[in-house]
Design a protein around this ligand. Sequence first.
Ligand code: COA
Ligand code: ZN
Length: 300
Amino acid sequence: MEKRGVQVVEVGPRDGFQNIPDYIPMELKLEIIRRILAAGVRKVQITSFVSPKAVPQMRDAAELTRVALEEFPQAELFALVPNWKGAERAAQAGLLEISTVISLSESHNKANVGRMVEESLADAARILEHFSHLKIGLDIATAFGCPFEGEMPLEKLLALMDRLYQVGARTFTLCDTIGVAHPQQVREALTAAHREFPQAEVGIHIHDTRNLGIANTYAGILAGADFVQTALGGLGGCPFAPGASGNTATEDLVYLLDQEGMSTGISFERLLEAAKFLHSQVQGNYSGHHIRIGNCGGPN
Ligand code: COA
Ligand code: ZN
């Protein structure tokens, strides 16, 4: 039987590292990225071009990007930018792809980037227009629920996507920032998004706060997500969303997809080694399961 392919995008070096208060030396960050790529991952979100006051961990974004682009020319590397200045800095560092973020809920947008949704929309429109030579993804934070406002209706999500589509957005990531989504909600959101925006790529990014990360991510894959984002070791959270825990762990997902006969091009063993290495080097909040397994048997 032919294996179905799934694009697994690694976001740990951004989503995971941004929560670590102690500075992780740039060489260690690069070593983690090196091991992720060596395991067969093709696309990695390597950093974010944010204010160093908001997230001091990312103060090395420009230098790290420069070195990574030089060392890994075959890889698809991209970074998160919260605003115009971030887009400028990322483009200057030589990236060909960025993702910018906007929250579905007003209060999370304010907590995350200090602005109203309308202001972020205007910035996104400006970025899409000016940096048309770059691939620009739109991350919709709190797409399924907000720590301050509760569940987010699907109509509200589609309305925001429509505004962004009108100004040129063609790649969307529906982010479950605080891990409140459930599989049916993920299926419905993806089905509706593909129906309303057939020209757009739509992926998902699911946090594992309630142990539903893997179920939701898998539901998204079965519902036709164009890509899924996960983080090595499940390291993560959101510094601006109280209670948010780690992302779905990439190695746990790859294990599941291997068992289900879906191809990712990623070696589970090598990725698990990378995750264990990360776990041994960086203290943080990990939601991954395989990194905790001792000698209680192999995959079968
Ligand atoms: N990169 C570096 N510096 C930036 C920047 C960026 N993308 N955007 C703004 N700054 C600098 C400004 O130049 C200014 O510097 P100064 O004090 O030396 O003059 C300072 O930050 C404040 O600028 P301002 O536009 O008023 O921003 P702010 O203080 O309202 O912060 C954000 C807004 C978006 C820059 C900030 O909230 C941020 O970086 N948030 C990160 C959110 C995040 O990473 N969330 C998790 C991932 S979703
Ligand atoms: Zn996240």
